[in-house]
Design a protein around this ligand. Sequence first.
Ligand SMILES: [Zn+2]
Length: 239
Amino acid sequence: MALIVRIDVDRPYGKKGIVRHVASRLSSDYRLPRMNWLRYLDELKTILRILSANGKSAHVFFRKCTYPTADVCELMEAGGHQFGLHLENSRSAETFREELRCLEKEVGRRVAAFSKHGSGRLRLGRNHFAPYEPERYLPWGREAGMKYFLGNLEDPELRPAQESGLLYFPSAFWLEPHWRDTKKYPIEWLLREAAERDIVMLLHADNVTASPEIMRDFLVAIERLEAAVLPGLSANLPR
Ligand SMILES: [Zn+2]
């Protein structure tokens, strides 16, 4: 019984500081060269290092504009973290397969899990298909040989289920209070719950590093709880 740590990597340069904020927005819409001088994926590296220091591993979900660099891949490997797809263009089975193929090629391995960028309310950029339609994604995932879909609903009481051949977690405990009923579900609730069953804790690295309160809750959770990663597919793509 454990915490399943889910990190959605939304912004390549975080959102703190106007230049990095604008660079994150533009990279999401247009293919720009990586700007390492703007500290590409810096916040993710911070979170991965904290997890590793605590002997905990996570599922990390990447968009095209946040693909991991070689040093991030090293951190992922060393920490036993799993690569996942953060689905952006969910318009059709074809666009889904295209995103999956690109990510698998980029990281050189099969990807077993995916999550969806955005919860259906807002269109988040030029390449984003906004509707949130898990019932469409589950068969796509199964056909692609994937094993897990981690959903975006905000009621952390919903239990995982086997659906359309995938293990489906409909909701998560959103670490950022913006998406959580913090009175009903404080961090203490998570501590109790994760001691008894598997539960997904969702976070965005740049929100955690930007807020002392969120960082405190993050540290409480990873220091006090067991974390587990769901078993992946065979590590490498056939060449
Ligand atoms: Zn996202």
